[in-house]
Ligand binder design. Structure first.
Ligand SMILES: Cc1ncc(COP(=O)(O)O)c(C=O)c1O
Length: 388
């Protein structure tokens, strides 16, 4: 499919070369579809790295943003605001009961940064234990917990004290977490690291280890949040962390982050240990409220879990010789290939389906929660034909 070169050239020339560019200018979205600058249509199996969970231009989400933009966009947290309070109330009602207090910020990495600061302040300890292959963001605290060496190494001298153990290995975790550990940080399903689901019983045992050593348990649900048929993936295991982090889909495309903590942790915070100018602004809060209302009104957890199961079944039924493994839950699926993922992503894009990589070998689907079975069929059929 052709592209608008001038938009693409400006995009490439006026920014540092930090991203692997896809050679495509996306200018419009509607439902589960995106459109490029030449009017070509793509099935969105990535929702912009997991953000657009309601699809694009959802009428109620759009109306809430339009209304709030014409009412009040910014309001510092030293003042209360109707949209923020209603959003917090709705979110608190959907979170596990123990997570009573929520700090709002503007991105995933900021929400993780807050989680780490809250763990450090509330325990008075400094060490972090995280997992290999983990991705928690790129600001300095979050980067300390991120496992991937290629992201960490250029900043090695400036990072917080952190040790990384193999995801799923309880013995290694038990040997590494000690009385100086402020927090154990992990994703219940590793996302950027290749879609690896925590083994059964793992999260509960990690919580026990955290409790024994007086460390905070932090679940980073920035990518898993909303995608597995529940608000948080840890709910499937009935394990509630001390600190739960959300971002990406929380306001369905408007930048936001949330760090939810227990009452005990909230009570240990004060004296300006953290803060933000934009966090919890009325525009993002209105978008977040509209997102949560749409999830509840349209029963999107149930529907997306059903379509996610169907997608997994169809992918497994392919039994394709170029596929090594298929992993995931709900609307978070990784297809590990026997070869590199880039040509497959390119083939899908040329055939009207946008997906993501998760490392060099894994094709990742993070579709919007509104995806239908017919659209799931299109994704699987296109993948089968691209794989050949
Ligand atoms: C699990 C997880 N944590 C943190 C982040 C960082 O979020 P952001 O890119 O909004 O800073 C991401 C982003 O991909 C993520 O998947």
């Amino acid at each position: 499919m052709s592209t608008n070169l001038s938009v693409i050239d400006l995009d490439r020339n006026l920014q540092p070369p930090l991203y692997a560019k896809r050679g495509l200018a996306l200018v419009r979205g509607e439902g589960a579809y995106l459109y490029d600058s030449d009017g070509n249509k793509y099935l969105d199996m990535m929702s912009n790295y997991g953000v657009a969970i309601l699809g694009h231009a959802h009428p109620k989400h759009t109306a809430a943003i339009q209304h709030q933009a014409a009412t009040l966009i910014s309001c510092h947290q030293s003042f209360a605001n109707d949209q923020r309070s209603e959003f917090l109330q709705t979110l608190a009602g959907m979170l596990p009961d123990q997570l009573e207090s929520i700090f709002l910020s503007n991105s995933g990495t900021e929400a993780v940064e807050a989680a780490l600061k809250f763990a450090w302040v509330s325990t008075g300890k400094s060490k972090l234990v995280a997992t290999k292959r983990a991705y928690h963001g790129r600001t300095m605290g979050a980067l300390s917990a991120t496992g991937e060496k290629k992201y960490r190494d250029p900043f090695a001298g400036s990072l917080a004290q952190a040790e990384h153990v193999t995801f799923g290995d309880l013995e290694a975790l038990d040997a590494t977490v000690d009385d100086d550990t402020a927090a154990i940080v992990l994703e219940p399903i590793q996302g950027e690291g290749g879609i690896h689901v925590a083994p059964p019983g793992y999260l509960a045992s990690v919580k026990e280890i955290a409790q024994q050593r007086g460390a905070r348990l932090v679940f980073d649900e920035i990518q898993t949040g909303f995608r597995t048929g529940k608000l948080a993936a840890c709910e499937h295991d009935h394990v509630t962390p001390d600190i739960l982090v959300l971002a990406k889909g929380l306001a369905a495309g408007v930048p936001i982050g949330a760090t939810a903590v227990t009452k005990e942790i909230a009570e240990s915070l004060g004296g300006g240990v953290h803060g933000t100018t934009f966090g919890g602004n009325p525009l993002a809060s209105a978008a977040g409220l509209a997102t949560l209302n749409a999830i509840n009104d349209e029963d999107l957890f149930t529907k997306s879990a059903e379509v996610g199961d169907y997608l997994l079944q169809r992918l497994n039924a392919l039994q394709h010789p170029k596929i090594r493994d298929i992993r995931g839950r709900g609307m978070m699926i990784g297809i590990e290939l026997k070869g590199r993922v880039t040509p497959v992503l390119k083939g899908l894009q040329e055939n009207g389906v946008l997906a993501l990589p998760a490392g060099n070998l894994v094709l990742r689907f993070l579709p919007p929660l509104i995806l239908t079975k017919e659209q799931a069929d299109t994704a699987v059929d296109t993948l089968a034909s691209v794989l050949g």
